[in-house]
Design a protein. Structure first.
Length: 260
């Protein structure tokens, strides 16, 4: 009974941290907490990123336990290696002995007696945003299906922590604070309209801040383009509504015009 109670207790404590709002934990702490729950010597968290060509890649952003330095420099494409295959399929992976599996070429520690590992996708709103990997059970045994299910539950909590971390970073940005201030004070734009010396320049400054802040919190080119598309859509809707209002007002103005 004790063998299952300790991991469950650790899982409950980890969930309790999220419920209490202690979301300032770094990615490194998430990896460490995951390793403790799974009683593993090593854990790594890989997050999704996109290059300038919108090609999806996965790289190690946090780890616990010894990890080769090159692992932090590698960028894995979807479908490549263990993590890439998990990201592509969306299915969790349990490997009892990596040297006897199809991923034998991916083994980094051939001298390590612990050959078992787990790899699960981290999902946010249905999309895979990361891959969580654990290896080397402290008891020296191979991981089992119960361990895999436990890591899948942990991945849900990690996804929640990552999402909240990104949202907190965005909300703490000056750009978001200005946006919230604009929502709170509806007349602020009208009050500042006249003193602004160059509205076009101000618009460009805000646009650059918008891009930098979204990039800083980890959003990729595709998400930034989607945000820009939403702005254009909102602008198009505003123009259409304005045109319709002018069309409605035009007949009224003609009727009100005095006869010669």
């Amino acid at each position: 009974m004790a063998t299952t109670e300790n991991p469950l207790l650790r899982l409950k404590q980890f969930a309790g941290l999220l419920e209490e709002g202690s979301h300032d934990e770094s990615l490194q702490r998430l990896a460490e907490a995951t390793a403790r729950i799974l009683e593993s010597e090593r854990c790594s968290l890989m997050l999704r990123s996109e290059d300038e060509n919108s090609e999806v890649r996965w790289r190690v952003c946090a780890s616990f336990g010894p990890l080769p330095e090159r692992a932090f420099l590698e960028e894995v494409r979807t479908g490549e290696g263990i993590a890439g295959c998990v990201a592509a399929s969306g299915e969790a992976l349990l490997i009892a002995d990596i040297e006897r599996s199809e991923f034998a070429s991916c083994a980094r520690r051939t001298e390590d007696p612990c050959k078992s590992l787990l790899s699960v996708p981290v999902r946010n709103a249905g999309a895979i945003v990361g891959v969580l990997n654990v290896s080397a059970h402290r008891a020296g045994r191979a991981f089992g299906i119960a361990d895999l299910h436990m890591l899948e539950v942990v991945s849900l909590l990690v996804a929640q922590a990552i999402q909240i971390r990104q949202l907190r970073g965005l909300l703490n940005s000056r750009f978001a604070q200005l946006a919230l201030l604009d929502l709170a004070e509806k007349d602020l734009g009208r009050a500042l309209a006249n003193p602004l010396p160059n509205p076009d320049q101000v618009a460009r400054i805000i646009a650059r801040s918008f891009y930098k802040e979204m990039n800083r919190v980890g959003l990729g080119p595709r998400q930034i383009v989607n945000a820009a598309s939403e702005i254009i859509e909102q602008l198009s809707g505003s123009i259409v509504r304005h045109s319709r209002r002018l069309e409605r007002e035009a007949p009224d103005a003609a009727d009100a015009r005095p006869l010669a």
